[in-house]
Design a protein around this ligand. Sequence first.
Ligand SMILES: [Zn+2]
Length: 462
Amino acid sequence: MVAQIVRETVDLGNYTLTRVMRQLDGACGWLSMDGCPIIREICDSGVRGGGIRELGNSARELHLYEEGKGKTTAPVISNHDFVVCKIFVGAALAHDFHDFAFAAHRQVPESSLVLELLFLCCYCWRQVRGVKASSDRIEDQEQLYIMGELEIEKHAQYINNLEKKKDFESMVMEHLRMSGAYWGLTTLDLMGKIEDVDQEVVVSWVLQCQHDCGGFSGNVGHDPHILYTLSAVQILALLDKLDVIDADKIASYIMGLQQEDGSFAGDEWGEIDTRFSYCAICCLSILHRLDKIDVGKATQYIASCKNFDGGFGCTPGGESHAGQIFCCVGALAISGALTHVDRDLLGWWLCEREVKTGGLNGRPEKLADVCYSWWVLSSLIMIDRVHWISKEKLKNFILDCQDREHGGISDRPDDAVDVFHTFFGVAGLSFLEYPGLKPIDPAYALPVHVVDRIFFGKPHKQ
Ligand SMILES: [Zn+2]
């Protein structure tokens, strides 16, 4: 079946917006930010290489992002008559920055009140979305925002109980217990619940999984692999215990896995995959040992796995897949080589992963799955295109996948929960600025405060 692409232009008075919609499943996205003259004006005036990225639900402010500088402080004022200060949370529900920028630019005098901004924003939003103006629409949206509740206590309990029960599920998971521990512990930290964990026990178990070669296995008595080596290092970083390991030993294990063409093997058996390139680069970066490998060759190899659709595969010529794209974009972001990415082309492919339910899939024609909230969102954030998808709908899709009684999150509504999807669901909600969750770093897949501690040495726990 060929997806029919419908182009639609929306006349906003002085400007025309172009919207592109895929008819097959109703997935839609903006053709390009550059299609919006206001955005272009902003990018051209003082804010180099960045642009508007996100309207924070929690911050309720408009931010601009600058390459290399991160979030600028609000309020943002550019050097024309586009002046925006604080806005009401309802405005965040307008999803699309264009609408807001248009409203502000065209109709709001400099000293406008917050509520006027909200009104205009939603008015414009209706025009662009083709929704008929009706006063109940805003309330609907606000209610959605308040209604969808994350069952933080239940999920924390679910994760803590996983360790205690020795049933079939935990036996199946035994060989990848290291990754399970990383998913569970990171989820607890994002929810502010990691203090309940006996950290000493975790650290001593992690250390028992290290082998003489420097690599870590998924559990005691299993073979070492780069996947579990990264998980082990991430766990120790999370618990602020990186000083208990010999970083050089781990670095030499990873060095030994790099191949002549720059790629990485997962272990001594030699399977090659861009996932392992990500593991190598992320792990060494956390350990401050990135100079131990040939980063140039490593990024060249990743670039050679890029496809015509802007995505990446596991080896050259391999089909684009959202999980693989996260690995490649993440590795390139960490090594400062995002120039290999065609942001608009890839952004378009990624935002097409949005399906009617609001969830995201990993490849065309596949079902939506909570874990893609992570793979797709993190990639979109890294390439600065996250505003191309509908955040509210995705938030509700993830919240619908919770087991509200026993805790945990599943791949899609009413399926069985597992720790993997619980992590990706909570991490996805963190990207969506769900209230009460700590922010997570899209490249390192660790809470932002942990990444800050690794690279800026602040603030340490006593
Ligand atoms: Zn999944």
